[in-house]
Design a protein around this ligand. Structure first.
Ligand code: BGC
Length: 853
């Protein structure tokens, strides 16, 4: 077994598939060719047995591989959010994640992964911020390239998405993003360019939005000219789901595949357009060639050897181990101050905890020393019910989740008591039933015949695209979510039912709800995704298992033509104190403990796909909770479980703050590794964290008259913060470890820099050396406007205590260039530059000069 990346031959470029592709193409008639460019259902393209072509299967992406079903029936490994992957600043780790995902894809019969997402963090309000990597195009490109390499080394294709400018969600289907040539090239296209040129992706996904007046599925200048022409992309262009709108314009714009089916602008409408003389069959042939090439590369076309020979595919990767490693490497330790007073229960009077200074009272809050602790108070709804992944199309269903509470309980020695208090639960909807429930979904015909039966991960039954085997839209009459629940607490349990149709809930033989439920508004997508919730209370006794069934008879939603969709749910919440009493309970627990660990989180309602955020505050009363707990216990450690920036107004009131992102299924195990010090928190911020939303440089994500002007030009993220009068809470690149580093020397040539540094602390550690380039002030008025500094390269080093390490980091030619209009080319800007070797953008350790000719 190995989970280490192996060295692989570069396969994709070695094969010349042209003969086999031409042979297959020649054997197809117009209707079949047109059909091949259109999804046959939610996730697949049609097979053509006559030419030995199997059906290509696609699946989201990016933190796992969901597979053909939108359900827990076939669980998936859930890795941390893409923001977390970027926080590792480690393309090799991204590659290993990619190899694991390819293994998952092969297990599920998936040929193309709908990932990675490489749009930029233009504004912290962006709803899919968690799903993108960074505010910096270089970091985004390098992590994305590592990921694509890993997936494709496993013989599975990628679609790098969303090409381009899908940096926010508001009106995403129609918004026209107005982006000037320089920011378009230097920021938004840059990650795609880097990935296309270095990792050769087999696919790309064109976005919903428009850029400068043309919708991206019809954008000939950017797709045909830039992507294919300038960069040499030879892969397949797949539309985002329902993004293709016009048969001829989409084909002419360079789109190859319209998803999802069965009805799209390609297929029969495309064949008709050829027959009507609106488009030439030769143009259809070009698109079909690219689909056949994708099929050949992924092993779906007879006579074509797959791009990666099966014997070379990385095998036996331990998914849980990768998930755990990645989660802890991604944790960003934002703050770790000494805890000055307060004797620990297990500490001898006047004695020092391990790692303390001789005075014995300046030990930093982390790592926790479990050997001197008797009781730890764990606080926060997300401590027990971790938010492990962001919502929307990135959803996968892991087999199991290790919560922070469970992870800590498992890792702490027996003598340490762990208490739990919710403190504040920010969720406005009742969470899906999970802990203590055993549930299955039974799909029934009108005569009661059982058509199919699945085990359920939680209380949500959701189908997007394909019903379980044996079930059709025509044969399905009702679905029953049925099983049992064993309560841990006696009292009034809240049960919530939701779904558009008839819902009947029976608990322990009593019918608690039975009604026809209608959607709240006229939007069928909303009615599907967020059906109205109806709550009832059930008096239950701790330890006494009760049977329950939620029966659902769906009502047609008018969603998509011919699409199989289904969504209903059972929610559950344990008996709760009132909100004030919840906080009091947490404060009491913290006051009586040696340390308090508070997990704060965003919710599905404030951070997910399909909408943007409106502010950066933590929902509910979580800020108040932290302040109150911190006042009760000086050793309060806050874990921020969010995919994108949130305000942390109390950050100076607590000695330690860690950012766990959406940490994936091994959340709690990884967190315990870091809190207890068996591993260093290795992450560095891939994006600046504002202290207050009002300070953020770009806050406009709402179009006016259908247009969103990127009027800040080049100045997003740290490029803007550098010019701002206010400092952020935490700068780009920031992140502490458990040791210290001294940067000893920096030698530079115009092509590369060499940095030597020493671990001056007492533990082994890993440092991400960041190289920034700062141009001398512009000598003349005609010089291009540029940021004060930008990231030009980075590399990680590892060293034991007292050891030194050295790294050589290339300075790419692009780092010295700007995009020049109207002639349209990259232009090197000559002059003197300061090369900075830095721990973060606001912690520059060494500088040197370099002159660019
Ligand atoms: C998302 C894509 C995703 C697709 C399929 C779309 O709504 O924007 O990222 O791949 O759905 O789930």
């Amino acid at each position: 077994m190995t989970d280490q990346p192996r060295t692989h031959r570069s396969h994709t470029r070695l094969h010349d598939y042209s003969a086999v592709v031409e042979r297959a193409l020649d054997a197809l008639d117009l209707d079949t060719k047109a059909r091949l460019l259109s999804g046959q259902d939610m996730w697949t393209l049609p097979a053509v047995p006559a030419i030995g072509l199997r059906s290509l299967v696609m699946s989201d992406g990016p933190i796992g591989v969901r597979g053909g079903q939108w359900s827990a029936e076939d669980p998936s490994i859930a890795l941390p959010s893409p923001t977390a992957l970027a926080a590792t600043w480690d393309p090799e780790l991204a590659r290993r994640a990619g190899q694991l995902l390819a293994q998952e894809a092969r297990r599920k019969g998936v040929h193309v992964l709908l990932a990675p997402t490489v749009n930029l963090h233009r504004s912290p309000l962006g709803g899919r911020h968690f799903e993108c990597y960074s505010e910096d195009p270089l970091l985004t490109g390098v992590i994305g390239a590592g990921y694509v390499r890993g997936v494709q080394e496993g013989g599975v294709g990628t679609t790098v998405k969303h090409f381009v400018g899908n940096d926010a969600e508001t009106d995403r289907f129609t918004v026209d993003n107005r982006i000037a040539p320089r920011p378009l090239r230097e920021l938004y296209l840059a990650p795609f360019e880097h990935i296309v040129k270095t990792a050769r992706p087999w696919g790309i996904m064109t976005a919903y939005n428009q850029v400068n007046g043309a919708t991206m599925t019809e954008h000939r200048p950017l797709v045909a000219e830039v992507l294919r022409g300038e960069w040499g992309f030879d892969g397949c262009n797949v539309s985002d789901w329902v993004a293709a709108r016009h048969t001829v314009r989409a084909l002419r714009g360079g789109l190859d595949v319209a998803m999802p089916g069965p009805r799209t602008v390609f297929g029969p409408p495309l064949a008709a357009a050829v027959r009507a003389g609106e488009v030439a069959e030769a143009e259809v042939d070009d698109a079909v060639r690219r689909v056949l090439l994708l099929a050949a590369r992924t092993g779906c076309l007879d006579g074509a050897p797959p791009a990666v020979p099966p014997a070379d595919v990385p095998q036996g990767i331990d998914g849980r181990a990768v998930a755990r490693d990645l989660a802890r490497r991604a944790v960003v330790l934002l703050r770790n101050e000494p805890v000055g007073d307060g004797q620990l229960a297990g500490e001898p009077a006047g004695g020092a905890a391990q790692g303390a200074d001789p005075a014995g009272r300046t030990r930093r809050a982390l790592p926790l020393d479990a050997s001197v602790m008797r009781r730890i108070a764990v606080v926060g709804a997300a401590a027990r019910d971790a938010r492990v992944l962001g919502g929307g199309s990135a959803t996968v269903f892991p087999e199991q989740i290790v919560s922070p509470l469970a992870g800590l309980r498992a890792a702490l020695p027996d003598g340490v008591e762990v208490t739990f208090a919710t403190g504040a639960d920010p969720r406005t909807r009742v969470p899906y039933a999970r802990d203590g429930f055993t549930l299955r979904a039974r799909y029934l015909a009108a005569d009661g015949q059982l058509l199919a039966e699945n085990a359920q991960f939680d209380g949500q039954v959701q189908v997007m695209g394909s019903l379980p085997d044996g079930v059709t839209r025509q044969s399905l009459h009702a679905v029953e979510l049925t099983g049992s629940y064993t309560p841990q607490r006696t009292g009034g349990h809240t049960l919530a039912v939701s779904g558009t149709g008839r819902l009947r809930l029976t608990v322990d033989g009593a019918v608690l709800f039975d009604d026809q439920c209608a959607p709240a508004g006229g939007d069928p997508f909303e009615a599907f995704m967020h059906p109205v919730e109806h709550r009832v209370t059930a008096e239950l006794t701790a330890g006494r298992t009760v049977p329950l069934t939620l029966r659902f008879v769906p009502r047609a939603l008018g969603l998509g033509e011919g699409l199989d969709v289904l969504n209903f749910a059972l929610g559950h919440r344990e008996p709760q104190l009132d909100a004030d009493a919840e906080i009091e309970e947490a404060v009491r627990a913290a006051a009586g403990a040696d340390a308090a660990i508070v997990v704060v989180a965003t919710t599905e309602e404030v951070e997910s796909e399909g909408f943007d955020r409106t502010d950066l505050t933590l929902p509910g009363r979580q800020d108040e909770l932290v302040t109150r707990v911190a006042a009760a216990n000086p050793r309060t450690v806050v874990v921020v479980n969010a995919g994108s920036p949130v305000e942390l107004p109390w950050r100076e009131q607590v000695p330690a703050v860690l950012l766990s992102w959406f940490p994936g299924q091994e959340a709690g195990a990884a967190l315990a590794d870091v809190l207890l010090g068996s591993h260093e928190p290795g992450g560095r911020l891939p994006t600046t964290w504002p202290a207050r939303f009002a300070d953020a440089p770009v806050t406009t994500v709402t179009p006016a008259d259908g247009r969103l002007s990127y009027e800040e030009g080049l100045f997003i993220g740290y490029r803007a913060w550098q010019r701002s009068a206010v400092a952020p809470a935490y700068a780009f690149g920031h992140g502490l470890g458990y040791t210290d580093w001294e940067y000893e020397s920096l030698d530079t040539t115009p092509d590369s820099v060499r940095v030597r540094l020493r671990n001056t602390g007492r533990r082994p550690g890993r440092e991400v050396v960041q190289i920034y380039l700062a141009p001398a002030p512009a000598p003349d008025a005609g010089a291009p406007e540029r940021p004060d500094r930008w990231l030009a390269g980075f590399a990680a080093v590892e060293a034991g205590p007292g050891e030194s390490a050295e790294t050589e980091i290339p300075l790419p030619a692009r780092a010295f260039e700007v995009w020049s209009e109207p002639d349209g080319h990259w232009r090197r800007v000559p002059g003197v530059y300061t090369v900075e070797a830095a721990h973060s953008i606001d912690d520059i350790r060494l500088t040197a000069q370099v002159t660019s000719g």
